[in-house]
Write a protein that binds this ligand. Structure first.
Ligand code: XMP
Length: 319
């Protein structure tokens, strides 16, 4: 087990492989991949220990970024992981119908995820262990002294009848340490450098009700912002950037006529551990160009704003 001293990635990998083998014996382990660094590094670590006895499940909850399900699934298979891709967007949108409270949304997403995942788990023979990419800040923020700040959906339970034991090899690590371990395991720089993405996905960046139409608007705006950051060489200098769809509309003019359209907020922050974060001073001309592109290319968006609030008091995600 990692003892809190400065991480030696090679030693961590060797120790974890030994511990995982001892913990799970000859059983099968299942793991829900999210497309993020944490679950992917968890998968590679366990795969190194028990190879194809790790079965990964990657659920399309409809709240992923533009083209993310297809791109990431292909990448996972290229890494040699044993992955089942499950398209379940309709079930998530049905569960989210009419809900606009942030915590109820997270709970609806978490519960649907567990239902979909449990169905897969029941169909996998000899699966006795559930692996999760939980990292230290997930635990700290879900069980803070000051009560629940946000319920992180990967810290939760599967139905009792599944009787799974938990395998959480990264649970004492911070994000930057997870990246060091990922590098040690051969994960490529492009994937390792991906910004953190929350388990509930765009669900916590689409304020108000999450409908397929509203998520589509958000996906398009987000893709324009993120691609622009990549093109300008800014993406890798940033901890996390995102577009957020606000729960309001605002007045504008397009081609001489009044519009009453959606508002997109852009957020870009730097952080070491996600516990605090500072806003990035993105070049104003860059922000203006992203605004022009979003308003011109995304139907239904009439205004773009930049979020200048650090954490604390604002959290990185808006919900
Ligand atoms: P906040 O918004 O709490 O986010 O400042 C801190 C970091 O955690 C990510 N985040 C989540 N990750 N499940 C996750 O796996 C979640 O429910 C969740 N909520 C926030 C967030 O993107 C940021 O990197």
């Amino acid at each position: 087990m990692y003892n809190g001293e400065k991480l030696n990635p090679a030693q961590f990998v060797a120790d974890s492989v030994r511990e995982i083998k001892a913990q799970v014996g000859g059983d099968t382990v299942i793991l829900g991949l999210s497309g993020g660094v944490d679950s992917t590094v968890t998968a590679l670590l366990i795969n190194k220990a028990i190879a194809e006895r790790l079965v990964c499940v990657f659920v399309d909850h409809g709240l992923l970024r533009k083209n993310e399900f297809e791109d990431v699934l292909e990448h996972y298979r290229g890494l040699g992981l044993n992955v089942i891709g499950v398209r379940a967007a309709d079930r998530f949108f049905a569960a989210l119908k009419g809900i606009d409270d942030p915590e109820l949304k997270r709970k609806a997403i978490g519960k649907t995820f567990i239902d979909v995942f449990a169905e897969q788990a029941r169909s996998i023979k000899d699966a006795r262990w559930l692996a999760q990419g939980t990292i230290w800040p997930d635990i700290a923020e879900s069980h803070s002294d000051k009560g629940v700040i946000k319920s992180h959906h990967n810290v939760g339970g599967l139905p009792e009848d599944l009787h799974f034991g938990l395998v959480e090899p990264l649970k004492y690590l911070y994000k930057y340490e997870v990246r060091e371990v990922g590098k040690e395991l051969g994960l490529d720089a492009h994937f390792l450098g991906r910004h953190p993405f929350p388990g509930p996905g765009l669900g916590v960046r689409c304020l108000g009700e999450c409908t397929p139409e509203r998520i589509h608007i958000l996906q398009e705006a987000d893709a324009i912002f993120i691609n622009a950051l990549r093109e300008k060489g800014l993406y890798d200098k940033i901890w996390q950037a995102a577009a957020i769809l606000l729960p309001c509309r605002s007045t504008g003019v397009k081609d001489g006529a009044r519009t009453f359209d959606n508002v997109i907020a852009l957020r870009a922050v730097n952080s070491v551990d996600a516990v605090t974060a500072e806003v990035i001073d993105l070049p104003f001309e860059f922000l203006q160009q992203v605004c022009r592109d979003i308003v011109a290319q995304v139907d239904g968006v009439g205004r773009v704003v930049y979020d200048i609030c650090p954490k604390p008091p604002a959290t990185i995600e808006w919900e």
